[in-house]
Design a protein around this ligand. Sequence first.
Ligand code: SF4
Length: 459
Amino acid sequence: MFGVWVPADQAPKAEVSKLTYYGLYALQHRGQESAGIAVSDGSRIVVFKDMGLVAQVFDESVLNTLRGHIAVGHCRYSTTGSPTWENAQPTFRSSDAGGLALVHNGNLINTPELAARLEPGVLTATTDTEVLTALLATRGDDGPLAAAREVLPATRGAYSLVFMDEGTLYAARDPEGVRPLVLGALQDGGWVVASETAGLDIVGARFVREIEPGEMVAIDGAGVRSERFAEARPKGCLFEYVYLARPDTTIAGRSVQATRVEVGRRLAREHPVEADMVIPTPESGTPAAIGYAEASGIPYGQGLVKNSYVGRTFIQPSQTIRQLGIRLKLNPLREAIEGKRLVVVDDSIVRGNTQRAIVTMLRDAGAAEVHVRISSPPVAWPCFYGIDFATRAELIAGNRSVEEIRDSIGADSLGYISLDELISASHIAKDNLCRACFDGEYPIPVEDAARGKHLLEVT
Ligand code: SF4
């Protein structure tokens, strides 16, 4: 998710649609189903979106048609509603007062309650984002901020938002600050909002600060104006540190890479094993594998080669694609692993399919022993705040012990980092983190969310 505002007289030079394209490129890991950009030239908003990766959706000729001085962009991975064109973002609404384009990261948990505020038949898509867009666009002459002051305090769940009308860029973050959102400044004037600091780096923007939980900002020629719509109750997603965020992103002033390496060190101390080589499941297991090797004294090596052009496996929506993805994605380095006792470090086990395939692959390639070490605690509970882990029954740790999981994936031994050690490595206070997928303690009550990802598609 990315947004940019530059002064109108700099629009031709700044090329906001290209800045947004680059920003989305850096944030592609957060969603790979569809991509879209909306731009405003001060009087009209134009939206272009389609299914596919950023580089598949946009080319030079499309970007050249998206002219203006404000833009918002999004790469989607569906957590509410199906992966369809209608559900791709930005979502757009217009009224007599003007247009509104919005992008959203997270997942609302009171969507039906919010949808009930709308006239029947108003919705054209089946996402929580569409509901929010329709509500924020229902405004008088006071602009979307007035609507946001009324709607956001009644909105529950995870929502980092970036939205725009014809002349102003806005950003808002839920009171729990579940998903990240940062503000940056462009060198030649102008502002950027992005899901992660890596999205600022790619366009040369300087990190200014995080958008605070419960804060919204409006950005235009008058600068950045901030106001609170709710008290902050920080509950940042712990899984961002484990898997979601890029390693070169910083959260609360600390690089995600440093946290992951530290988790690997702690994992080695919690679950030591005699072995000949530590290998990562590339690439999300790499930092923790480096830390494990460092703390254990076991040499680090490469035993699996990743085809970088295949997307992250669990982020893709259907089981058929997911299983094919595992086979396409990794290949063992036979000479490196033959006859060796391996420690294989991965970031998490969700359904267990990936790890089972990896263990089998390594044994077939001649590994003498395969010890699996995981740099997160067992994922035993679904996420209702923007990660599509699906149901508890589909999670391998939902109703199995560690020993049963070890047996299921066929490893010689299996060790997960403890929740306390993971939290300690994050350098964030336990009470300020959402850890619900690990401990089942949901910081935002989730009754309505139990109706599922396709709740607006039920007829
Ligand atoms: S449930 Fe897990 S993945 Fe979801 S927001 Fe909480 S920590 Fe993050």
